[in-house]
Design a protein around this ligand. Structure first.
Ligand SMILES: [Ca+2]
Length: 73
């Protein structure tokens, strides 16, 4: 999974809104049962509250499950 923070800006030359992804992080989620459950080797502070805990892990696992369901509906 590739996660990033979207930063909105404005290009004065083209007068268009810009979208930039920053702080891109790659995390791998592994499944041994066809995408039903996942394990993570690395957990990051995904909710930005300054700590790395079960809440971060739950969010990442939910993202992995959602992504798997999109690919294999
Ligand atoms: Ca956190």
């Amino acid at each position: 999974m590739k996660l990033g923070l979207e930063v909105l800006g404005y290009n004065e030359e083209t007068e268009e809104q810009t979208h930039t992804l920053v702080d891109i992080t790659e995390l791998a989620a592994f499944s041994n049962d066809g995408g039903k459950t996942f394990t993570l080797r690395t957990v990051r502070d995904i909710d930005g509250d300054g700590d790395i805990d079960e809440a971060d892990k739950e969010k990442l696992l939910a993202l992995a499950s959602a992504y798997a369901r999109i690919l294999n509906p």
